[in-house]
Design a protein around this ligand. Sequence first.
Ligand code: XMP
Length: 517
Amino acid sequence: MTDTVLVVDFGAQYARLIARRVREAHVYSEIVSSSITVDEIRARRPKGIIFSGGPKSVYETPAPTIDPAVYDLGVPILGLCYGAQLMALQLGGTVTKTGRGEYGRTELTLTGSSPLCVDWPVTSEVWMSHGDAITEPPPGFTATASSPDAPIAAMHDPDRHLYATQFHPEVVHTERGSEVFERFLLDVCGCLPSWTHMSIIEQQVAAVREQVGDQRVLCALSGGVDSAVAAALVHKAIGDQLVCVFVDTGLMRSGEADQVEDTFRRQFKIDLIHVKAADRYFSALAGVTDPERKRKIIGELFIRIFEEVARDLGAGEGSGDEGPKFLVQGTLYPDVIESGSGTAANIKSHHNVGGLPDDLAFDLIEPLRLLFKDEVRAVGEELGLPHDIVWRQPFPGPGLGVRIIGDVTPERAEILRNADAVLVEEIRRAGLYRELWQSFAVMPAVRTVGVMGDGRTYAYPIVIRAVTSDDAMTADWARLPYDLVERIASRIINEVDGVNRVALDVTSKPPGTIEWE
Ligand code: XMP
């Protein structure tokens, strides 16, 4: 049984970063809402609890709070920023609107010894972000650090296993932040650092075997990292009982189909059904320009094809063998958190592989539902998937269909695929591929006049879209070096028939989305 630490979310995105830091210390963490009851906490038997920061002041109404009975559970608690102030307030300390907040890098001065800051120098750099400040610790607590505008920047009551810091140890700018987590998790909570990539694989392999028994399992491969890692993991668990389906929609990136064949059929020896459905997709999309209609058509056709494959795998009607009953899905932990309730049904449809509907008659296997993206990649590497797949940038389910604005035709798809291949090759060559969240080509629904050699051309422009992001919720347009932009542009115009102009998209998200449709 893996030790679990609960991260109570008091708003914004702070809890995710904390949960990841805990896992980096090889302890399993789960994010829970602040409305969790003490009985629910007890039932999960956590070895420790961490209160996250949050965007509110404890004096706002409503401001998130937690049942104070949590302090009597005997489970060690670490309160961070808002969490520290809430702890102070609920236990009888004083939180004051001092009128002088602290934002950014701040010097922390130790004023007492703390098991969380072992062997620290008297002063060190930490990251702060607070308006109010704790000015009086609760009874039983001792202050252990201060900063210019936080008289109590850290405090604890070791007898009750309660610890709090005003600063944010989860932020990289806090010099020795990771040590705060390590000391709390290992020394205070007594957790075993057993959450490793190997242990994740072992646990999931056992869970999949238990769920599936000797039944057959289907998995839709998209070419993306999530479905690839999920498939490799399930294959490790149940071998030949797994059948993978790769639907080539004609809207894939360059070389994607070959890479999937090569990796899964040849390297992993997985039973792979490769459905070549480009013709069906292009005829279903003929004349359709509305983005939502496109997405719907692409998603629905995927489902039809998937159902056909599943039926074909059964022994036929009336035989009692209706084909595989289980379906692998590459749902990740952030999708589970976003859905709020933690149930698969609420996951945004575009996070489902191919947008499969709930009424599809399969039981889901979700071997990645506890993992963050970086953990998925690490597991993928551990399982021996090629770097190219493991480190591939995200690609939307509807594929190039949402990057070809206007009519989706085989000719336009081919032009965009070729332009995209050049762009990605140059981005890789510049060493920027991993640094960028996504970098790809888009084809608008216009043609422009140009001149090449002696002749006038009337052809498509290509737009370079490159963004940096942590989670795709927000994104910044990437400041690509101009000489790189120039190389991409001249190579695309010279090498890709049908293109005579290249433009650069300088829109962040918001107000733009990452994809154009
Ligand atoms: P937007 O364009 O909404 O995209 O800023 C955010 C992230 O989601 C990806 N995306 C999709 N992924 N199916 C997917 O699996 C989809 O229909 C879809 N639409 C957008 C997009 O590439 C970006 O990473």
